[in-house]
Design a protein around this ligand. Structure first.
Ligand SMILES: NC(=O)c1ccc[n+]([C@@H]2O[C@H](COP(=O)([O-])OP(=O)(O)OC[C@H]3O[C@@H](n4cnc5c(N)ncnc54)[C@H](O)[C@@H]3O)[C@@H](O)[C@H]2O)c1
Ligand SMILES: [Zn+2]
Length: 355
């Protein structure tokens, strides 16, 4: 299965691979260096990745605190010693963190070199690999340094997901759920029917949801690759979600916080009458609740703390809050008139349901 993406930067392809043979082909790619997430290397060095030429492999220990310019400089230091310069190809294996680090490196060294990406987590396979964004953290500010630079090719191989930690898998699943609501009613039904098989990581349903997620994301990016309008709706669930991440001191994984954020946003829609009570409940019970494995504490959903955190949204205007909401037709809009009372009322419902 191949998805072609007409990016403004360069055309690229996402290939869903049925067999691991593509790794052997990548192993003899001319003038390539392989940058691999240390955990992925530890698990797969002797199996899936055994054909890679060791002399060209760079193993990178990663975590969110290493997604910064220092780590990029470590890579520059290694890459500039190689005989190949502008014709070098970076082939990277890992999740979203490795994607951000290697994408930024590839986009800046020699003003941009060829980059092929093999995502190994649910989030990177279903969502981040096609965003064109590379993001680094700067001191305590997350994702504020970056470029727009997609890989030239992305190879998705679903069996990598079998070894992902449950907490990381569920975090990625939050974004997948979001994309399936944003894809409309059919899309929502499809994922709901398969929810148990997906959570048990069966290959076929995983393939279906990954493929669908990429298509929905592309549809929202169409005409807005550089994120000045419609693409911003992909932040559905993130208004309350980001607030909860900070009030929980980042104990709740991102995608789980987004799931919580979608539940809260849907309750606001229901209170405003744009989403029927029955529909809100059905979406909650059939999809959002089964994908929620991390529960916020009572302290993390205190409405004054959540409101304080939501006030920090950079796109906010006036003295009210911003919220991306879905309606009964699965249409998404951003409102800028969310009141503090509405937040408190939604959190009260949530507290009764979840705690
Ligand atoms: N650039 C973008 O468009 C974009 C979009 C969304 C998120 N992100 C970023 O992505 C990051 C999160 O990425 P993620 O959820 O893919 O996870 P990750 O890259 O943070 O990896 C999570 C953990 O899983 C390990 N791992 C990776 N693949 C594995 C596998 N197959 N088996 C076992 N362990 C494996 C990693 O070593 C790491 O410890 C965040 O930094 C976020 O900001 C970027
Ligand atoms: Zn997100």
């Amino acid at each position: 299965m191949i998805l072609s993406v007409a990016s403004n930067i360069h055309y690229y392809e996402v290939i869903v691979e049925e067999s691991p043979n593509f790794i052997e082909i990548l192993a003899s790619y001319p003038q390539a260096v392989y940058i691999i997430d240390e955990n992925v290397w530890r698990i797969y060095a002797k199996t899936l990745l055994k054909s890679l030429p060791l002399e060209s492999v760079i193993i990178l220990p990663i975590n969110e605190n290493r997604k910064n310019l220092d780590t990029v400089q470590e890579l520059y230091d290694k890459l500039v010693t190689l005989p190949t310069k502008r014709n070098l190809t970076i082939i990277s294996f890992g999740g979203g963190i490795l994607q951000d680090i290697t994408g930024f490196t590839a986009s800046t060294i020699y003003r941009g070199i060829n980059w092929i990406f093999v995502p190994t987590t649910l989030l990177s396979q279903a969502d981040s690999c096609i965003g064109s964004k590379t993001s680094l953290n700067y001191h305590k500010f997350k994702n504020i340094i970056g470029t727009f630079f997609p890989p030239t090719r992305i190879h998705i191989y679903i069996p990598f997901l079998q070894t992902q930690l449950a907490s990381d898998f569920f975090s990625g699943f939050g974004e997948v759920v979001k994309l399936h609501l944003m894809g409309g009613q059919e899309c929502y039904w499809e994922i709901t029917k398969q929810i148990n098989a997906i959570l048990n990581r069966q290959t076929k349903p995983l393939l279906q949801i990954i493929w669908k997620s990429l298509q929905v994301k592309l549809s929202y990016m169409a005409g807005d690759e550089f994120d000045t309008g419609r693409r911003n709706l992909l932040n559905y669930g993130h208004d309350f979600g980001h607030a909860l991440e900070s009030t929980s001191n980042f104990v709740i994984p991102h995608g789980q916080a987004v799931t919580f954020g979608m539940i809260a946003a849907n309750i606001v829609s229901q209170h405003r009458g744009t989403l029927d009570e029955k529909m809100e409940k059905e979406i909650y019970e059939s999809l959002l609740l089964p994908s929620l494995v991390s529960r916020p504490t009572k302290a993390a959903i205190r409405s004054d703390a959540i409101i304080e955190a939501m006030k920090k949204d950079k796109k906010r205007t006036g003295d009210k809050l911003a919220l991306i909401m879905m309606d009964r037709h699965f249409k998404f809009t951003r409102v800028n008139d969310l009141t503090f009372e509405e937040v408190t009322a939604a959190l009260l419902v949530l507290e009764k349901r979840l705690i």
